[in-house]
Ligand binder design. Structure first.
Ligand code: PLP
Length: 443
């Protein structure tokens, strides 16, 4: 059996390459049908926070399946109630109310609609624009993509996208004093747009794949949060990737001591076995809807359904029981320390991150920080060389100037051992050597 287009009727994520078939998982490893093992250093797409093949999740899903499908307009259910209660205990105040959906993109769309409806209920109906950052990634559905500063995803779909304002994202590596890094850009943009037209600002508190694990300064968020408050602009924190313990706190905003008005969760919320995302809002926002229309004018068939919430509940309890959030914080030094040794390669310009989230940025020249030309496909090639050695990493491109900019993301399961961290660094160093040879041969 060949796993590639056009031999199989599966519409693959890539039509120009063959795939190996993963059959099983074990802790930090995925195992293919031939029995080959792959050390999953990115948790797939920064998702598998609990590791692979978790019996607790299987049991939780089987129990919820006994109830089957339950529509959120007709009933509530114990799994949705318990998951909301678990999250309410952990999110920073005044966040409180959780709305469950399936994918991260759906949750971003719902968060934007919630921000809009909040201002509409308050009679401030000119407020609809959402400011986002460049680079950024908030999802692939049309509004989420409209908010995303990721040119190679947007190019073909330009006519379908809404023209939201975007400001430069913090880039302490390349632009340490730029208005994006200091936070000044938000004030300027809100004033340019007119505060009466701006409903919200959306940002990942610690950047995921779009910027490459960028950790903005505390001063940045002090300024940005104050700017939002002063102009009556809601802060939507997209913690789909950086939330749920990934950076060593339950939520990345906790590193900075602020609570957003709306928090969006996904990926690590669900243990990787079913799609689950959440929009968590403050009492003030939900009460405003309750006093006004009496409902959030938004719904999807799988909102609040038992199986997805059961997976989320089992995930939160597993994180708690096994102290995995604390573990992500404790492993930050050994993890980033092991990756730091990759700077021995002339291709590595920067290594950065927080908790168990990291990026290794590739450059053509370490002095000037000039990115490699996109045509060289350095990030993809590095991921391919690593894969051949049994290591899974996540390539990301375009962050330096919208076109160029290569990095690989690392986000191993929060259960990763120190031995596995050393192995990740060893295999990635070997893959970097392979890449250097390959790029030199290509000239
Ligand atoms: N927001 C961020 C920060 C993400 O990293 C992603 C996915 O990578 C999304 C939103 C979209 O989530 P999904 O792919 O589940 O729709």
């Amino acid at each position: 059996m060949s796993y590639r287009f056009p031999d199989s009727p599966l519409f693959y994520r890539r039509l120009d390459r063959a795939f190996r078939c993963a059959r099983a998982g074990e802790g930090s490893y995925l195992i293919d049908e031939k029995g080959l093992r792959y050390l999953d250093a990115s948790g797939g797409a920064m998702v598998a926070n609990l590791g692979h093949s978790l019996e607790a999740l299987g049991r939780a899903l089987a129990e919820a399946a006994r109830c089957g499908y339950v529509n959120g307009t007709q009933f509530t259910n114990p799994w949705a109630e318990a998951l909301a209660a678990e999250l309410a205990q952990r999110v920073p105040e005044p966040l409180r109310y959780s709305y469950f959906l399936a994918s991260g993109s759906e949750a971003v769309e719902a968060a934007v609609k919630l921000a809009r409806q909040y201002w509409w209920e308050r009679g401030r109906r000119g407020k609809w624009k959402v400011v986002s950052r460049d680079p950024s990634y908030h999802g692939n559905t049309l509004a989420a993509l409209s908010l995303s500063g990721r040119e190679h995803y947007r190019r073909i779909y330009g006519p379908l996208l809404t023209d939201f304002p975007r400001i430069p994202a913090p880039d302490p590596y390349r632009r340490p004093d730029g208005p994006g890094t200091t936070g000044e850009a938000l004030e300027e943009e809100i004033v340019r747009q007119g505060p009466e037209s701006v409903a919200a600002f959306i940002a990942e508190p610690i950047l995921g794949s779009s910027g490459g694990a960028v950790v903005p300064s505390a001063a940045y968020y002090e300024r940005v949060v104050e700017t939002c408050r002063r102009h009556d602009v809601l802060f939507i924190a997209d913690e789909i990737l950086c939330g749920m313990g990934r950076t060593g706190r339950w939520f990345a905003c906790e590193h900075y001591g602020f609570a957003p008005d709306i928090l969006v969760l996904g990926k690590g919320l669900n243990g990787g076995v079913v799609p689950l995302s959440a929009v968590v809002a403050t009492r003030e926002i939900v009460e405003t809807l309750a006093r006004g229309s009496g409902a959030f004018v938004h719904a999807q068939t799988y909102s609040h359904t038992p199986a997805i919430c059961a997976a989320g509940l089992a995930t939160v309890r597993h994180l708690e029981e096994h102290r995995l959030v604390e573990r992500a914080a404790e492993l930050e030094d050994p993890f980033l320390g092991a990756l730091d040794a990759l700077r021995a390669s002339a291709l590595v310009g920067d290594v950065r991150g927080k908790g168990l989230l990291a990026a290794v940025e590739l450059v053509a020249d370490r002095e000037t920080k000039a990115p490699l030309p996109r045509a060289r496909r350095a990030a993809e090639r590095l991921a391919e060389r690593a894969f051949e050695r049994g290591l899974v990493v996540w390539p990301a491109v375009g962050h330096a100037d919208g076109g160029n900019g290569d990095l690989v993301m690392l986000a191993p399961p929060l259960t990763v051992s120190e031995g596995e961290i050393a192995e990740i660094a060893r295999l990635l160093a070997a893959a970097l050597e392979d890449l250097e040879t390959e790029l030199a041969a290509a000239g």
